[in-house]
Design a protein around this ligand. Structure first.
Ligand code: THG
Length: 369
């Protein structure tokens, strides 16, 4: 079967790193926040092994920043999320489920507090900017909402500390998980955060100004030659093992944060002002009746999941699988799905209707890694 190409236009935005990514023979892209996101370099499996052993540089510019600035910034941010941001301090990043008035997930960004009156919301793939602008205008809030020219570059893998220390200095080793420091590069101060869409450890550098993109990319590759640094990207296998959720795939506006297993990031009672507070307090009384789970699907490697695979228990529909990949380390197909409470206990056996036929599978309460 021939593989169709992606026609790139102004709507399919390039990034400050696209020329470098193309020069390093990227094999495939997806589109995320209307922007190019690489998905494969060598092969998904080669990228996976390399990520778990070495260090990679990821063009995750598509994690766009929504900047919220002004006297009402703190008030608006709390309207967006059931996570209590009352004690958030500068230098912190927080994973923040964001919900509408029904408690439905609109996005699952990382929020950074840059100043008392200035935040970045590092968004997943949905047009959250319009929701925020609508709230700000509708409520006559004293804030500006924009998408600045900021492009995250992630450095992920067990050797990430060594690589980033060579470019930004030894102080990067002291940055705690989901904290950031402002560190100089070519005379400009950049947010360097210990975060990223993998469980292998590493940093995200928020490249503030497209002109810095290629100099930073080149500096990292020059400094990391002996570390076998390679270009990479969020890896499908590793993120399923880690149960890192993908908005639009594993959850949508149809789901509450609790269904997504994100209840630990919600303090709805304290989140005064959150638009979805009443709805979430109402559903919290009963608790969710379906929830995100990891699954292992028996048999040989499956066709990648590009939609919904129905899940059955005792012949009845009990859920869906939305992400799946063959895991070399666990020697099984690993998957993420939404499973009804009758079948969500650890070790429950179910059947999954895959494009390669019905397969037996097991539900797991914990992630693989
Ligand atoms: N980094 C930044 N922006 C992002 C992402 C990112 N925007 C888009 C997307 N990824 C948002 N989604 C997620 C999902 C998971 C995590 C971060 C962003 C994540 N979760 C960890 C976990 O669940 O184990 C840690 C959460 C915690 O303990 O606070 O890292 O990756 N800048």
């Amino acid at each position: 079967m021939s593989v169709p190409l992606l026609s790139v236009t102004r709507r399919t935005r390039r990034t400050p790193f696209t020329d470098r990514v193309n020069a390093s023979s990227v094999k495939a892209y997806t589109v995320y926040n209307h922007m190019l996101l690489p998905t494969v370099f060598g092969s998904v499996e080669d990228d996976y092994h390399h990520l778990k052993r070495n260090v990679q540089v990821w063009d995750v510019s598509c994690e766009r920043q929504i900047e919220i600035r002004g006297p009402d910034a703190g008030r608006l941010i709390q309207m967006l999320t059931p996570r209590d941001l009352g004690s958030m301090t500068m230098g912190q990043c927080l994973y923040t489920p964001m919900v509408d008035e029904t408690g439905g997930m609109l996005n699952d960004p990382v929020t950074l507090k840059l100043a008392e009156d200035r935040y970045w919301v590092s968004v997943a793939d949905s047009d959250l900017l319009f929701w925020i602008k609508g709230l700000a205008y509708g409520l006559r809030l004293e804030i500006d909402v924009d998408e600045p020219d900021v492009s995250p570059l992630a450095i992920q893998g067990p050797k990430a500390d060594d690589l980033v220390a060579r470019v930004f200095g030894e102080e990067v080793r002291d940055i705690r998980f989901f904290r950031y420091a402002m560190l100089p590069f070519e005379g400009r101060h950049l947010v360097v955060a210990r975060s990223g869409y993998s469980k292998q450890g590493g940093f995200e550098i928020y490249v503030d100004g497209s002109d810095l993109g290629e100099p930073l990319w080149d500096a990292l590759f020059a400094a990391g030659e002996d570390l076998d640094v390679r270009p990479g990207c969020p890896n499908l296998i590793e993120r399923i093992e880690a149960r890192l959720l993908s908005y639009g795939n594993d959850m949508t506006r149809e789901n509450t944060p609790h269904e997504c297993g994100l209840g630990r990031f919600c303090q709805t009672q304290q989140a005064i002002g959150c638009v979805g507070r009443d709805a979430l307090l109402r559903v919290a009384v009963e608790g969710p009746v379906r929830q995100i789970r990891s699954l292992s699907i028996n048999g040989d490697a499956l066709t990648p999941c590009s939609g919904i695979w129905p899940v059955f228990g005792g012949g009845k529909r009990v859920g869906r699988v939305t992400s799946s990949a063959w895991s070399p380390d666990f020697n099984t197909n690993v998957a993420i799905g939404m499973i009804r409470m009758t079948h969500w206990d650890d070790g429950t056996t179910v059947e999954v209707e895959t494009p390669d036929g019905m397969r037996n599978a097991t539900v797991h309460e914990e992630s693989y890694i």
